[in-house]
Design a protein around this ligand. Structure first.
Ligand SMILES: [Zn+2]
Length: 401
């Protein structure tokens, strides 16, 4: 076992990171603090991981962070850092290392205030580890103002600080920032590799693992959820029935409403799990008494939390809808492959009957228009069109073909 085990199907990236970790290790071991990195070192202070959702951007960053914090004695004997066992590796991987900060946002954007806090932290020397590592999972969500705050920190990094930014593509990150990062691209991992990891790490039985890996087309997180979560399987099944339910206008509107309801349920469930405790914690911290009035001057903080919770709810709903749209696109892609007699592997083999029915009753041109309708729906939501309207317009277009 090593820190790289969860990084599936990314051999080239893994080699680069392992080489950087080795240079980084030599640097910390050999020279005194404060000396800058040398030219030509495989190590650098700012990294940008890009790749499609599910390719393992943050997994790669975390593994790299662990390798940087590795304290295994084997390193002295020429072994690679990143043993996976030592305290540095282990705590980094499970998220408790004092010098590895992972920033994951469940909001739509990362603002100036939180970025300032991070930058301040990044100026510190590592508390216990070898490097001060900050992993930002959604660097594409930085507002422009926040990006400019971050830029300063990336331009003039503290000697032992490493930034690891993750984003879907280069275009999602401010040009000024990405030009100062070393860029690594992750590809979609092969279906076989994903199935393998589900079997090996999660103990999923082989048939279900292969089916989930194929259905999610190399998205590890979604494959894992589909393989291990009954609820996720039920909603995917519901989404994949939509193409058969849009024979008339009533069916279209009903299907749209159900897609929205499912997403709303997800957001509500998330809110119930997180918000209540969060609110109670804040109340207690502000000196409130359960059930009683809050002390003067705390309304602002309470309001701030409420706003944050509202934004999070919106994002959860959006993410859930987004997943449904991804599944629909996959369905019609399979239909198109069948219609064109293409030899690409069908993703949704478990609904082969539905695929066949839709493929036989429509033309490739119709299927292409349907895929476009799903894409248009996603774009409409990006422009903040009300979700129900966007989804209704989509199901109506799907029906028209
Ligand atoms: Zn280690």
């Amino acid at each position: 076992m090593t820190v790289w085990d969860d990084l599936v199907g990314q051999d080239r990236v893994r080699e680069q990171l392992a080489a950087a970790a080795k240079d980084a290790d030599a640097l910390v071991t050999a020279v005194s603090d404060g000396k800058p990195l040398e030219q030509g070192s495989k190590m650098t202070h700012a990294w940008l991981f890009t790749g499609p959702p599910g390719s393992g951007r943050s997994t790669a960053a975390r593994a790299f962070a662990a390798a940087l914090q590795c304290t295994s004695p084997d390193r002295a004997l020429g072994g690679e850092p990143g043993c996976g066992f030592c305290d540095g590796c282990h705590t980094s991987l499970i998220g408790t290392h004092a010098d590895v900060q992972v920033i994951r946002t469940d909001l739509l954007s990362i603002g100036v205030k939180e970025t300032r806090d991070l930058v301040r932290r990044a100026q510190l020397s590592p508390a216990v580890g070898r490097w001060q590592v900050i992993v930002m999972e959604d660097a594409d969500r930085l507002t422009e103002g926040a990006g400019n705050v971050l830029l300063k920190a990336v331009e003039e990094p503290a000697p032992r600080t490493v930034w690891m930014l993750c984003a879907p593509s280069l275009e999602d990150v401010l040009p000024t920032i990405r030009s100062r990062c070393r860029h690594l691209t992750l590809g979609t991992p092969p279906v076989e590799a994903v199935a393998d990891v589900l079997i090996r790490r999660d103990g999923v039985d082989p048939e279900r693992a292969h089916s989930a890996a194929r259905a999610t087309q190399g998205h590890i997180g979604r494959a894992r959820r589909l393989a291990t979560d009954e609820r996720a399987r039920a909603r995917r099944a519901a989404v994949l029935k939509v193409p058969l339910r849009i024979a008339d206008v009533g069916g279209c509107l009903k299907a749209a409403q159900e897609l929205i309801d499912t997403a709303t349920d997800d957001a509500k469930q998330m809110a119930e799990e997180v918000d209540v405790k969060e609110t109670e914690d804040l109340k207690a911290a502000l000196g409130g008494v359960a059930g009683g009035r809050m002390p003067r001057g705390t309304a602002g903080a309470m309001k701030e939390l409420e706003d944050k919770q509202k934004r999070r709810k919106t994002r959860t709903q959006r993410d859930s809808l987004d997943l449904a749209l991804t599944e629909l696109t996959g369905f019609y892609r399979d239909v198109l492959a069948l219609q064109l007699g293409s030899r690409i592997a069908i993703a949704n083999v478990d609904v082969q009957d539905s695929l066949d029915r839709v493929a036989e009753s429509s033309t490739p041109a119709q299927t292409l228009r349907r895929i476009e309708a799903v894409i248009a729906c996603r774009q409409a939501m990006d422009r903040n069109v009300a979700p129900l309207l966007a989804v209704e317009a989509m199901t109506m277009s799907l029906r028209a073909g």
